[in-house]
Structure formats: C-alpha cells, structure tokens
Design a protein around this ligand. Structure first.
Ligand code: SAM
Length: 488
C-alpha cells in the first residue's frame, strides 16, 4: 500500500522505502482495478511530481506495457484519467526507445528470455518457436463450428487457435489492393511468405503475375497447396521450407544439410513482397525485414505484411507501429499505414468462439513500405502521438456508478481510501481511482469489520470523461453513495 500511495503523491522516497521493505511490491497491482504503481503514478491528479515518479518506476523495471484488469496500460491512465500530456509523452518515448533498441541486441540477452517475471513483457525467441512450429505442430484445415461451408480456417491444433481465419479476408483483400495498385500489367514479380489459406495469393493471381513465388514452411500447408493445384498454376513456384533457409544472414547456416546448402541465397528481386507467418513474434519479423531492401526490384516496388504486433492492446499497437516505422526507416524504407475496420462480431478467437475474446474495436493497420525516397514520408493515420479526444463516443449505456474502496486506517481514522468505480453490472468499464481526505472511521457493522466511507465528491471532470467516453444516457450520481469497504 505504501508503494501505491507514494506513487500517487509522487514521493520517490516513499516508493523507495516500500520496495526496500518488499522488492516484490514493484510488480504488484492493487486488487480492485489491477493497477500497478506505474498506472497510479501516471494517473494521479494530486502528485507533486508525476513525471519524476513515472520515470523512477520505469527505471526500476516496471514495464511500460503492464496491463490493469481492463487491459489498460499506464499511458492510457495518463491520458484518460490523469490528463497529463507530459507523462503520456514520457511513457510513449520510453516505450519507443526500449522496443526500438531491444531488437538491435542479441535475442538471448539476459532478462529477455521466455521466462520473464509475470508483470514483465514476455519476449520469446521467435526463431526457435517458429522452427518447432514448422517441424512438429499439428495443424488442420477445417470449417469452424457453426460457420458456413465455404468458410475455411487453418487451425493450430494444440489449442484450437486460428492460424488463419475467414474474418481476416478484408485485411488480405485490402493489402493485395494496396500492393497491386498502379503496378505494371505485365512482367509482375511477386514473392509471398506464408501460404495459410492462400487468400492473398489468390488476389495476387488475379493480377496474372509473370512470376509468383510462395515460400511455405509447414508440411501440412504444403500438402493443402498441392491438393488445391497451386504447384501447377502458371508462374507459380512453391519454395518449400521455412523462409529462414532462403534468407540466412550467413549462408549457408551451420545447421543446413548439404542439399539445402545448394539453394541459391539470392532468389531474385520482386515488385511485391508480402510476409505473413505464424509463431514468430516481432523478433521473427525483425529478422525478416533486414532482407527486404535487397528483395525489392526498384523504388516502385512494395513490401507489406500482416501487422499483428501487440494488436490486442490499442495503445501498444500504436507504439509498435511506430517501432516498425523506425526500423523500416533504418533499413532505408518508408512506411505508409492504412486502416481496415473489422466487424468484431465476425472475428473468431478460436475454432469455437466467434466474436468472443478478440476485443479489437479499433482499426487494423496495414503497412506499405517502399525504398526511400520514392514514397515521401507521410502522415501516419492513427499512429504516433495522438492526444486523447473527449469526443470518442463508443457506446450508448445507462450508467449507474458504484464505488468500492480499499482503505488505510490508523487509530480510528481513515488515512487513505483508494476508490474504484464500476457500472451497475459490476463491469469495471473505466477503472478510476480517487483519494479521500482523512476522516473518522464510522462502522456500519463493527463485528464484520465493515464501515462506511461516506459521501464524497467525485471530481466532475472524471464523470464528464466517463459520460463522453461511454455516451452515458444517465449518470445516477455525481456524488458517490456511501459505500462499504473492507477493513484491512
Ligand atoms: C497466417 S498464415 C498466412 C495466411 C496468408 N497470408 C493468407 O492470405 O491466407 C501463416 C502461414 O505461414 C506459414 N509459416 C509459418 N512459419 C513460416 C516460415 N518460417 N517460413 C515459411 N512459412 C511459414 C504457416 O505454415 C502458414 O501456412
């Protein structure tokens, strides 16, 4: 509690004292909303030095990406609750720098392995995981439970998760359109990595490319391609094996057998390169993009890929788009982002759950990269520094506000109460925290140790914020009703 309280008032001495006593507290989160000390420091309206506290916590190792129960990260708290632009900027720049620099370091560096502490962002060695996937993973081409007959899905059998699903078609269609737009009608050379359901390859085929190379690393997908006649299509060359076998930085790689070593390192240059694999994460993506500039035929050539990096958290998705842009820039490529909106109801989380689990109600971002300087650096829609807009109305709801509190009590006085708000259904739609000034302890049920924290004024701007965000038709109270809290 000392850590949370100190984070809120911006007391570095207090936070230091708390973690000296119990270092594990640094990665703890409060019980109601699951907010870390970093969320609290970033959101605090009463702090003497919010930026100082946030910076101190980041330096101590609290991840910029730690999520609360509602899935918000500290930058969201700074924007939505604290309304503190300086703190937002600090968190954004920290995240960008950390992520940008991380991938310039060797993957197996200490502290950046699979086994991170729970609160720490999990990083994995994409190459190792992907190698195992292509070698051994059981995959299945099937029709999801309750889906129409022509809706095929490619499933990862161990957990039923979708490798490729029909709901991703709008992304593939739009990616192909953006890549093919204005391309020459004849002599087109296309390279696609990762066949999946062959959606994007089918759109590419419509443009009748002169050469269409497809690299596919999983035997199951190769079997499907054979079955569907892809090996016999005019212009198509199926390159079996993982892409890593064709684009190794040092050729031949030490573990390559003699037959593979005969393959040409340079498979040619292309007008269009597309990349969409599975179980590689950003580390796999980063290994691949290093090869892209020399795969592009000229400055009119284009590169794109499925951008799923941190796609389940809106702010982190924005951050990662910017990290990608910086990495592309270092490789001599410009990036232009386009948006595609997917109807949430259409999304499958796994073979059984349509519209459940996948919570992306913001647009998917499609990158189009080209060798600089043909494509001028452009404004990146929806990406980069974007101040929070009050006008973002998302939903019509009737809101009844309820509050619960966690209190620090000394000598019969409530010193501090952390109050969280939720809607009447108990859904914590916008975790908010308020501090009560010290007050006398007033028991409602002394035996059970329950007491009222009494009425208090909730800061009006937070209610306004909630009302606008949710477009609430009615907010029952502008003051919080007496609420029962648990005695600690
Ligand atoms: C998400 S699917 C691709 C979907 C495709 N874009 C479409 O439009 O249907 C991923 C595919 O990449 C393949 N794959 C995964 N890792 C690979 C690797 N290292 N090299 C080549 N293919 C890989 C998988 O077997 C799978 O077929």
């Amino acid at each position: 509690m000392l850590l949370f309280y100190s984070a809120q008032i911006g007391s570095i001495a207090g936070m230091q004292k708390a973690i000296d006593k119990d270092p594990k507290m640094l990665h703890a989160s409060e019980v109601f909303c699951g907010q870390s000390a970093l969320h609290l420091a970033a959101a605090s309206p009463i702090s003497n030095d919010a930026s100082g506290a946030v910076h101190w916590l980041l330096e101590k190792g609290v991840p910029w990406s730690v999520k609360d129960h509602a899935g918000f990260i500290p930058e969201d708290s700074a924007r939505k609750i604290g309304r503190n632009e300086e703190v937002q900027k600090l968190l954004r720049e920290w995240a960008l720098q950390e992520e940008y620099e991380f991938y310039s370091k060797p993957i197996q560096e200490e502290g950046h392995q699979d086994t991170a502490e729970p609160a720490v962002m999990i990083r994995f060695d994409g190459d190792r995981k992907n190698k195992l996937f292509c070698k051994r993973a059981d995959i299945l081409y099937t029709i999801p439970h309750g889906a129409p007959d022509d809706e095929l899905a490619l499933i990862y059998l161990p957990n039923g998760a979708g490798i490729m699903m029909e709901w991703e078609r709008p992304i593939m269609r739009e990616s192909a359109r953006l890549l093919l737009e204005g391309m020459p009608k004849s002599g087109l050379r296309i390279l696609n990595i990762g066949f999946g359901l062959g959606m994007i390859d089918s759109y590419f085929q419509d443009a009748k490319p002169a050469e269409h190379d497809i690299i596919e690393g999983h035997p199951g997908s190769l079997g499907f391609m054979r079955h569907k006649g892809w090996y016999d299509r005019p212009g198509v060359r199926v390159l079996e094996e993982r892409w890593q076998k064709y684009f190794s930085e040092s050729w031949p790689p030490p573990d390559l057998d003699a037959e593979d070593a005969k393959r040409p390192f340079n498979i040619g240059k292309f007008d269009i390169v597309y990349f969409d694999t599975f179980q590689e994460g950003y580390s796999g993506h980063f290994s691949f993009i290093k090869h892209v500039p020399r795969l592009l035929r000229d400055q009119n050539s284009r590169f794109s890929y499925f951008n799923g990096h941190w796609a389940k958290q809106e702010t982190a998705y924005e951050i990662y788009a910017e990290v990608q842009r910086l990495h592309h820039h270092d490789l001599g490529m410009n990036t232009k982002w386009s948006k595609v909106y997917i109807d949430k109801k259409e999304m499958w989380d796994n073979i059984f759950d349509r519209g459940k689990g996948v919570q992306q109600d913001y647009p998917h971002l499609i990158p189009i990269c080209a060798l600089a300087p043909t494509v001028p650096r452009m404004f990146v829609p929806g990406v980069g520094w974007r101040p929070y807009s009050d006008e973002e109305v998302t939903e019509d709801v009737d809101v009844t506000l309820e509050a619960s509190a966690l209190c620090i009590i000394k000598d019969g006085t409530i010193l501090q109460a952390f109050v969280s708000m939720s809607d009447s259904a108990g859904k914590n739609f916008s975790p908010s925290l308020g501090l009560l000034p010290p007050r006398e302890l007033e028991f409602s049920d002394k035996e059970k140790g329950l007491f009222n924290i009494g009425e208090f004024d909730w800061p009006t701007d937070r209610l306004t914020n909630l009302r606008k965000k949710k477009n609430a038709k009615s907010v029952t109270n502008s003051t919080i009703p007496p609420t029962v809290a648990q005695l600690l």
